[in-house]
Write a protein that binds this ligand. Structure first.
Ligand code: FAD
Length: 306
C-alpha cells in the first residue's frame, strides 16, 4: 500500500507528490492526463518568478521535477471509485485497485464550453477562459464575455480596465450576477450588455478570432460583432462526478476542504481547482497541493500504525 496516493497530475497533484516524496514516504500519482489544464494553455505570464512560459514547457518542468523523486507515476489512468475499509482504495477504470493510507484528490476542473463552430479552432487564438491569465493579451482591443453570471460580470469589469471595449452576451433575458456587480457594469462606459443572445459561431481569419455571431432570441435575427477576443464564462465544472455520494461536495460539486486540505473522509485530502479554494490559478493550486500534502503527512504521523 502507498502512504500517499495522489489522484490528478496537474499543478496541485505534482506539488503534493514532491512534498510527499520529500518526506520519504511511499508516494504514487494516478493521472488521466499528466499536466492537467496547463497542457491546454498557451501563454503563462503569472507564474511568479518565471516572467513568461507556456503550457507544454511548464508541464514538462512539472514532470521532470516529479521524476526527480521516488514517485510511482501512473499516467493515462482514470480513477472511478473511492472506498475506505481501513485503508483507502482507489479503483481505476481498467479494474485495478490501489490502496493507500492517505489519498490526495487533485482532479481539477474544466471550463464549460459553448460548443459552437470555431470555438475549438480558435482556442488560445482569441478564445479564452481565464481573464486573470489572458486579459493582458488583449490590451487595447475589443473583446466579448459570454455569460452574465457573477464570473462573467466580474470578468467584464476586470477586462474593462485593460481592453478597449467589452461586450457581454447573456443567453437569458436578465443578468444573473449580484446587483452590485450589475450596477458597476452598467455604469462603465466601455461595457455593453446584450441580453437574450445565443452565441452561434466564433469567426476568424484562419489564424485568430476576428468576431462572433449570435442570434437575437427575440427576433431570431443573426448578428455579428467584430472583436479580437472571446472570454467564455459559463461555468467551471469540478471533476468530481466519480466521487458523488462518497465525500462532502458543495452544490456546485466542489470538494469541501479545511485549512489543511482535509475532507469529510479521514485520511482523504484535496487540493487545487477541484476544491472550494476560491481562485483557480496555477500558483494557487501548487500552494494548495503543498499545503494539503503537509496536512496529510501530519495525519499519517498521528495515524495508528497497523
Ligand atoms: P488540473 O490542472 O485541472 O489537473 C487535474 C488533473 O487531474 C489532471 O492530471 C487530470 O487528467 C486529472 N484527473 C481528472 N479526473 C481524474 C480521474 N477521475 N482520475 C485520474 N485523474 C484525473 N492559471 C494560471 O495561473 N495562469 C494561466 O495563464 C492560466 N491559463 C489557463 C488557460 C486555460 C486555457 C485554462 C483551461 C486554465 C488556465 N489557468 C491558468 C488555470 C490553471 O490551469 C488551473 O488553475 C490549474 O491547472 C489547476 O490545477 P489543478 O492541479 O488543481 O487541476
Amino acid at each position: 500500500a502507498y502512504d500517499m496516493l495522489i489522484v490528478g497530475g496537474g499543478p496541485a497533484g505534482a506539488a503534493a507528490a514532491i512534498y510527499a516524496a520529500r518526506k520519504g514516504i511511499r508516494t504514487g500519482i494516478v493521472a488521466e492526463k499528466f499536466g492537467g489544464q496547463v497542457t491546454d494553455t498557451m501563454a503563462i505570464e503569472n507564474f511568479i518568478s518565471v516572467k513568461a512560459t507556456d503550457g507544454p514547457k511548464l508541464v514538462s518542468g512539472l514532470e521532470q521535477h516529479v521524476k526527480d523523486y521516488d514517485v510511482d507515476i501512473m499516467a493515462n489512468n482514470k480513477a472511478v471509485k473511492l472506498t475506505k475499509e481501513g485503508l483507502i482504495n482507489i479503483e481505476l477504470e481498467n479494474g485495478a485497485l490501489l490502496s493507500s493510507k492517505s489519498v490526495m484528490l487533485a482532479t481539477g476542473a474544466r471550463w464549460r464550453e459553448m460548443n459552437v463552430p470555431g470555438e475549438q479552432q480558435y482556442r488560445g487564438a482569441g478564445v479564452a477562459y481565464c481573464p486573470h491569465c489572458d486579459g493582458p493579451l488583449f490590451k487595447g482591443k475589443r473583446v466579448a464575455v459570454i455569460g452574465g453570471g457573477n464570473s462573467g460580470i466580474e470578468a467584464a469589469l476586470d477586462l474593462a480596465n485593460i481592453v478597449e471595449h467589452v461586450t457581454v452576451l447573456e443567453f437569458d433575458t436578465k443578468l444573473r450576477a449580484d446587483e452590485v456587480l450589475q450596477r458597476k457594469a452598467k455604469a462603465a462606459n466601455n461595457i455593453d450588455i446584450i441580453l437574450n443572445a445565443m452565441t452561434t459561431e466564433v469567426v476568424g481569419d484562419g489564424k485568430r478570432v476576428t468576431g462572433l455571431t449570435y442570434q437575437d432570441r427575440a427576433s431570431q435575427e443573426i448578428k455579428q460583432v467584430e472583436l479580437a477576443g472571446i472570454f467564455v464564462q459559463i461555468g467551471l465544472v469540478p471533476n468530481t462526478e466519480w466521487l458523488k455520494g462518497d465525500i462532502a461536495l458543495t452544490a456546485r460539486g466542489e470538494i469541501e476542504v479545511g485549512q489543511r486540505g482535509e475532507t469529510s473522509i479521514e485520511g482523504v485530502f484535496a487540493a487545487g481547482d477541484v476544491t472550494t479554494s476560491p481562485y483557480k490559478q496555477i500558483i494557487i493550486a501548487m500552494g494548495d497541493g503543498a499545503n494539503a500534502a503537509l496536512g496529510a503527512f501530519d495525519y499519517l504521523l498521528r495515524a495508528p500504525s497497523e
